[in-house]
Design a protein. Structure first.
Length: 117
């Protein structure tokens, strides 16, 4: 067990704040975000057949949004300053609060792990 955990101190990193909202609401918000992104990119001349495969699933977008909310980044991709282990730990926290998102969490963890190599 790490020293931070065994001494009772919290590890540095974002605080999970998504537990108070229902998964249905989170999914509806993620669906709206993805729909708006698809519309924007198609209006800019991109082919929907090219746009859609590169987008996250609704559940992956929920996880991405929860992470962004906790970091206060307002959905803007940004470096967190956290190490890979802390990022993966934070994603595990999301899966613990919303077990239905576990598959999306594992998918994103795999991508993070692959990108770090």
């Amino acid at each position: 067990m790490s020293e931070a955990r065994s001494s009772g101190r919290r590890r540095p990193g974002p605080e999970f704040r998504g537990a108070g909202r229902s998964l249905e609401v989170l999914r509806a918000e993620a669906h709206d975000e993805l729909s708006a992104l698809i519309e924007l990119r198609c209006r800019n001349g991109e082919d929907p057949w090219d746009v859609i495969p590169g987008l996250p699933t609704v559940d992956e977008q929920v996880v991405i949004s929860l992470r962004a909310d906790a970091l206060g980044t307002d959905g803007v991709p940004t470096a967190t300053g956290l190490g890979l282990a802390d990022e993966l730990g934070y994603l595990r926290t999301i899966a613990l609060w919303h077990p239905e998102l576990s598959r999306a969490v594992w998918s994103l963890m795999g991508r993070l792990n692959d990108a770090s190599r």
